[in-house]
Design a protein around this ligand. Structure first.
Ligand SMILES: [Zn+2]
Length: 85
């Protein structure tokens, strides 16, 4: 059984011109989901960490409350519940 930390990464053998072989590790990433309903979040960057790190903060997250955690529908209902209570 593969270690849980290694189940995400993929290793490949790559041939270089000098016939040496190198292992490349590419990690699969999932799209970000809402923590309440599980819907896919729009406007949130995903992919390799190198790509996401190079983006500015405004490029990889919407600039509203609970961005990256709740979808717009769940946020709307949460704000309504806060105001009404
Ligand atoms: Zn939601």
């Amino acid at each position: 059984m593969v270690r849980p930390s290694l189940r995400v990464s993929k290793t490949r053998l790559v041939r270089t011109p000098s016939e040496t072989r190198l292992k490349k590790i590419s990690k699969r990433t999932k799209k970000p989901h809402c923590s309440q309903c599980g819907a896919i979040l729009h406007g949130v960057a995903f992919g390799s960490q190198n790509k996401v790190r190079k983006m500015s903060r405004s490029e990889h997250l919407p600039s509203r409350q609970h961005a990256g955690h709740l979808c717009s529908r769940c946020l709307k209902s949460a704000i309504k519940a806060d105001v009404r209570s």
